[in-house]
Write a protein that binds this ligand. Structure first.
Ligand SMILES: Cc1cc2nc3c(=O)[nH]c(=O)nc-3n(C[C@H](O)[C@H](O)[C@H](O)COP(=O)(O)O)c2cc1C
Length: 255
């Protein structure tokens, strides 16, 4: 049972997306991040009791962005029908995501529209078998729509400003060099057509039961630092990359 009211997407606002099906460590991270981003002083003094208490499900700090639960949005996977790859496809101007035939069957359209319009994005997700949970992977695969639109040089893609994407991933294992590798590659390359640049991610090891992070003042403080960084960087647009992204991306291999 949830004891908080999750947010709904608001186009044009920053998007904090919690990608676990349960109200667990990813959600705790999202609240800590949101609170620290809203109030740069949040949690600076540390200490377990204070750190735990200040992650409030109701979003206790004024101005804290309310995280959105990805699992509140039904989303079918991409079925590679090719519609978005057709040169003559008419992307609906109000919401290009509605071009996808699956968008009439599920709740993806507002979420994908919010991705298009968000000034920045923060993803909070658990690791499932060395990768992202299926719903999040479905969302990234549905971003194939944006990949094709960018290849076709659609104006709504070419005019996107450069944006930052923050990532916090939680896993149960205590160690593992490859634990997050596949997830980060997928996020990087799926979000790149949206002109979103993955920031250095925050990778959290050793979290398993859903209440683990709430009891880890050390890790919570790292999440808050990450939230404060997002706050500091707001208003300073990311540097445009010198390299031609699409040239690099053609083979879908990392550089
Ligand atoms: C289906 C499933 C697969 C998982 N696979 C892994 C894994 O490969 N490696 C790992 O370290 N933890 C794995 N976990 C554990 C979760 O990543 C861990 O419990 C995480 O803290 C959950 O975050 P949440 O509370 O936000 O859901 C898995 C959990 C589930 C339910």
């Amino acid at each position: 049972m949830r004891d908080f009211a999750p947010g709904r997407v608001v186009p044009g606002r920053p998007l904090l997306l919690v990608c676990s099906p349960r109200a667990g460590n990813s959600l705790t991270a999202a609240f800590a991040f949101a609170e620290a981003r809203a109030d740069g002083r949040a949690g600076k003094s540390g200490g377990k009791a204070k750190a735990t208490a200040s992650v409030s499900p109701s979003g206790g700090i004024p101005g804290a962005i309310r995280p959105v639960m990805l699992h509140d949005y039904d989303m079918y996977p991409c079925r590679d029908c090719g519609r978005c790859a057709q040169a003559g496809a008419a992307f609906p101007p109000d919401n290009p995501a509605r071009l996808c035939p699956m968008a009439t069957r599920d709740e993806s359209a507002p979420l994908l529209a919010a991705l298009l319009a968000a000034p920045w994005l923060a993803i909070f997700a658990p690791i499932y078998f060395y990768h992202l949970p299926a719903r999040l992977k479905a969302m990234l695969d549905r971003c194939q729509l944006f990949y094709n639109a960018a290849l076709q040089k659609r104006p709504f893609m070419l005019n996107l400003p450069k944006r930052r994407a923050y990532v916090v991933l939680a896993a149960a294992r205590e160690r593992g060099e490859q634990l997050f590798a596949g997830s980060l590659l997928s996020l990087k390359y799926a979000l790149a057509p949206l002109n979103m640049e993955l920031q250095d991610p925050l990778l959290l090891y050793g979290l398993e039961p859903k209440g683990d992070l709430a009891g880890r003042a050390d890790l919570l403080e790292r999440v808050r630092q990450y939230g404060r960084l997002a706050r500091e960087l707001e208003g300073t647009p990311p540097e445009p990359e010198a390299e031609d992204f699409y040239g690099e991306y053609d083979g879908r291999e990392p550089a």
